[in-house]
Design a protein. Structure first.
Length: 113
C-alpha cells in the first residue's frame, strides 16, 4: 500500500534541470536517453533540443530536461549524475552511459517542482 507520507515526500523533493549532452552518432539517441532514465533518482527525461539547432557529422547535440527525486542537496545529485554518465572505469561502476561524450548541467534551470 502506498502511504500518503511517501507521496508527499516525493512531491516535495522533486527537482528539474536542463542539461546539454554531446553523443557519438554511432549510438542511437533513444538508447542513450533510456540509459539516462535508468540512473538512480531520475524519473523523467525529455529531449527538448531545438529543431533548428545545427548538428555535426560525428557528434550529436541534445538538450534534455531531467526530473529527479532527492532527499539531499540537488546539486550534489547533479555531480553524481555526471559521474554516472561519464565514468569509464568499469571496475568501479558499471553506470557509464554508452555514447555520451560530454554532459553540462545548466544550474540556472535547476528548480523544485
Amino acid at each position: 500500500m502506498i502511504k500518503l507520507s511517501n507521496i508527499l515526500t516525493e512531491v516535495l523533493n522533486t527537482f528539474q534541470v536542463e542539461c546539454d549532452i554531446l553523443t557519438d552518432r554511432k549510438f542511437n539517441i533513444t538508447d542513450v536517453l533510456n540509459e539516462v532514465r535508468a540512473l538512480r533518482k531520475v524519473t523523467i527525461v525529455n529531449n527538448i533540443t531545438p529543431e533548428e539547432y545545427p548538428q555535426k557529422d560525428k557528434v550529436e547535440f541534445t538538450r534534455l530536461k531531467i526530473k529527479f527525486v532527492t532527499r539531499e542537496d540537488p546539486k550534489t545529485d547533479l555531480i553524481q549524475f555526471r559521474k554516472d554518465m561519464l565514468t569509464s572505469d568499469l571496475s568501479k561502476t558499471d553506470l557509464r552511459v554508452p555514447g555520451i561524450k560530454t554532459v553540462k548541467f545548466k544550474l540556472e534551470t535547476l528548480k523544485r517542482l
